[in-house]
Design a protein around this ligand. Structure first.
Ligand SMILES: [Zn+2]
Length: 165
């Protein structure tokens, strides 16, 4: 089983460090309700750097295919998970300041933790990347008589575009 890594986030960013690893879906407890199959393997890379305005950042990249639950037929459907995001590391004082300002921040921020739980951060980003109510394409749901939906080439993003209201 892959092990849960912790990083000293500011140090990690300042030194331009990088970690890569894998996670089984079932190792992230908050994904358990969303995913049908628990053995899907996700691959990630976290890279530290100093970004614009000298703000320490973490670049998160994660890919994998998961079986998420269709909200129409409640059966699993393959879904390509892609996370690609940069997170700014801030002190508590900076976070408070951001909370109290009207300026919409362009980037997400987290507390610069000396013992940052990398998986927790990734889990949050995975949840944000998923559709609110995932559904199969029209006609691909499990039918009442129990026959399997036709296997088709999956185009998750085309499907998403259609589902957007
Ligand atoms: Zn369905």
């Amino acid at each position: 089983m892959p092990a849960r890594p912790f990083i000293d986030s500011l140090d990690f960013a300042r030194n331009g460090q990088q970690i890569t690893g894998e996670i089984f879906v079932n190792q992230l407890s908050r994904l358990a309700d969303v995913f049908e199959s628990k053995q899907d393997l996700l691959k990630y890379t976290v890279t530290g750097r100093i970004g614009l305005y000298d703000i320490p950042q973490l670049d998160l990249a994660l890919t994998g295919t998961g079986q998420i639950i269709c909200q129409r037929c409640l059966q699993g459907m393959d879904y390509a998970i892609v996370v690609s995001n940069s997170i700014c590391l801030r002190t508590q004082a900076q976070l408070d300041e951001l909370d109290n300002s009207d300026v919409d921040e362009e980037y997400e921020s987290v507390l610069a933790d000396a013992h940052l739980d990398v998986w927790q951060l990734l889990e949050e980003e995975i949840l944000l990347s998923l559709p609110i109510a995932p559904k199969h394409l029209i006609g691909e749901c499990q039918t009442v008589n129990g026959s399997q939906p036709q296997q088709k080439e999956s185009h998750p993003f085309a499907a998403l575009a259609k589902l957007k209201r």
